[in-house]
Design a protein around this ligand. Sequence first.
Ligand code: NAD
Length: 279
Amino acid sequence: MAPVPTIALNNGVEIPQLGFGVYQIPPEETAAAVRTALEVGYRHIDTAEMYGNEKEVGQAVRESGIDRSEVFLTSKLDNGFHRRDDALRAFDQTLADLGVDQLDLFLVHWPLPTIDVDYVETWKAMEEIYASGRCRAIGVSNFQAHHLRRLFGETQVRPAVNQIEAHPYLANDELRAFDADHEIVTEAWSPIAQGKVLDDPAITAIAEGLGRTPAQVVLRWHVQRGDVVFPKSVTRSRVEENFALFDFELDQGQMATITGLDRGERTGPDPDTFDYVPR
Ligand code: NAD
């Protein structure tokens, strides 16, 4: 199996370009799913406090026997903990639940621009976490360019990544270009739009021509665009399929065909209005 390339973040930390996402995997199924992913060769796991499965992710990594330093772990701050003190406490809890001394990447999950806590306060707490040395990189998720501009103006540390919804029906190219212009790596969440793009005739035609599956074609498109991806599946054959992306290539025409499917269609919430706070 061809190795997974890494991408250097703006502080030099290397992130594997392909990982395994665990959103919507129930805690009781998470350890087995992560174990499978690690067996297949994934060395990057994307979880979040709000997924409720950090303990099981940590358990699977420990039980795998793979050295902790070889697995890149990302988690994200719960929407209910945007105030400074809450954010610091929540990060401590994430380390405890994962059972690690240091996290690789911690993200502000959503900007929540309409709630009564300013995300600039939240980002300053993230800077404190980073300064403590207990997190190798910090970043954001679902931030629009205007949210990022406020961080640039009012805080010190540039986010290392911006994890945003992106797939063939939502190319999100303007925001990706903004990220790139500011040395922020884009991570594409719901990279196959939770399966919705896999029946698209343009995608199935490319897949048939290459003798690959539609999921592989779409994930390869992300990889060639330079984004980080972490598809989710609990089915071993799909976990394997989604990992086999580095022994084929899409040509320029195929890339352009997939990018041309963009119709600005979200599968998830709009970051400018999303205000969900658990509890
Ligand atoms: P995804 O695009 O990875 O799609 C997952 C679904 O597609 C699975 O449930 C499965 O049914 C299907 N699937 C997976 N592989 C397949 C294959 N090879 N063939 C056919 N069907 C297949 O969607 P996702 O889980 O929403 O996104 C991936 C990860 O992104 C998440 O697990 C999470 O880590 C992250 N994420 C982050 C945010 C955020 O706000 N930051 C939001 C959503 C997801």
